[in-house]
Write a protein that binds this ligand. Structure first.
Ligand code: NAD
Length: 355
């Protein structure tokens, strides 16, 4: 039975990957996560007691701990998602982004390389089949200004924020470890994800929860920035497909073919809430425009035709079906997000009582 080592498996996308691996494959899953503010073991409640699931509370920057993880669990596949992921936080405090996204990726690559070289001697077949899959973002490409352009796998990197610059660095490290040392790596770059268990600092969950609380819905600048959106469970399925059948040394773009202006997304959310949780005033009345984010990219749009053509993956959800599922999930899972909002998801795991 294959063992998948997932880093960042308590985060938004990582937890979707772990849930998918446990529910729809027979692989062993080892989740290595530091449990930063973005890590929430409650997102894994439905799979965490499964006998194919193991949690390791550890920091990818800790070289000795990573060596021990590889030695103990002998993974067949690494899916590396652990990262600091929020652009606004990278502007307020870039240091941790450099540590986790760059130094952490370097540390993991070195632990993986040592382990893989050992395998080449002791278990050559397992070494040949080993994969290190690095999960990245389309933000490494910078932004598009023409309306027809799309990011393709060979679009030059031009990151704008400390977050995207740190992810770009990590992508380069991964490719260098493949080219220089022969480590069997694959990189994927994906557009904006949305869906269940999304930390409420990101656009879609923030808008849903602010709307429900009767608070303003803050939209940056004129709201005309364009993003391509992908339902998180579609991303998780794409990642597992790439990890299993992707070509070593290749890059695959992953996207939903759903380019929307931020203001369109917020209006769609308001319409869904008007239908599903009606109140006297339309939710759109709560929209307020606030000062734009420094360095804010204008448009991202991804060409995901390579992964469709070569690996047979396409998303199941349209933006309309995925957004409806997401709003319904937040309406039906108030306990999950209330425990995030009041900090109990962190307090209890640290053994702090109260609330
Ligand atoms: P997230 O912030 O929700 O989760 C990150 C996880 O990594 C958390 O569980 C956190 O505890 C863990 N982590 C952070 N630092 C760590 C460290 N030093 N050691 C071990 N664990 C650590 O992020 P996400 O949105 O799930 O994104 C996952 C990955 O996918 C990231 O690499 C991100 O760059 C990439 N990505 C995200 C999106 C998106 O829209 N969210 C899109 C494309 C790519």
């Amino acid at each position: 039975m294959k063992t998948f080592l997932v880093t960042g498996g308590a985060g938004f996308i990582g937890s979707a990957v772990v849930r998918e691996l446990i529910k729809n494959t027979d692989f062993q899953v080892v989740n290595v996560d530091k449990l930063t503010y973005a890590g929430n073991l409650e997102s894994l409640a439905e799979v965490s007691s499964h006998d194919r699931y193991t949690f390791v509370h550890s920091d990818i920057v800790d070289a000795a701990a990573m060596t021990e993880v590889f030695d103990t669990y002998q993974p067949d596949v690494v899916m590396h998602l652990a990262a600091e992921s929020h652009v606004d936080r990278s502007i307020d405090g870039p240091a941790v982004f450099i540590q986790t996204n760059i130094v952490g990726t370097y540390t993991l690559l070195e632990a993986a390389r040592t382990y893989w070289m050992g395998l080449s001697l002791s278990k050559p077949e397992k070494a040949t089949a080993f994969r290190f899959h690095h999960i990245s973002t389309d933000e490494v490409f910078g932004d598009l200004h023409g309306t027809d352009d799309l990011f393709i796998e060979t679009t030059p990197y031009a990151p704008s924020s400390p977050y995207s610059a740190s992810k770009a660095s990590s992508d380069h490290l991964v490719r260098a470890w493949q080219r220089t040392f022969g480590l069997p790596t694959i990189v994927t770059n994906c557009s904006n994800n949305y869906g269940p268990y999304h930390f409420p600092e990101k656009l879609i969950p923030l808008m849903i929860l602010n709307a429900l609380a009767g608070k303003p819905l803050p939209v940056y600048g004129d709201g005309k920035q364009i993003r391509d959106w992908l339902y998180v469970e579609d991303h998780a399925r794409a990642l597992i497909r790439v990890a299993q059948v992707g070509e070593v040394g290749e890059t695959y773009n992953i996207g939903g073919h759903n380019e929307k202006q931020n203001i369109e997304v917020v209006n769609l959310l308001c319409e869904l809430l008007d239908e599903l949780r009606p109140k006297s005033q339309p939710y759109a009345k709560q929209i307020t425009f606030v000062q734009d984010r420094p360095g804010h990219d204008v448009r991202y749009a991804i060409d995901a035709s390579k992964i469709a053509r070569e690996l047979g993956w396409t998303p199941k959800e349209t933006f309309e079906t995925g957004l409806r599922k997401t709003v319904e999930w937040y309406l039906n899972n108030t306990v999950w997000w209330q425990r995030v909002l009041d900090g109990r998801y962190q307090g209890e795991r640290l053994g702090i009582s109260g609330h």
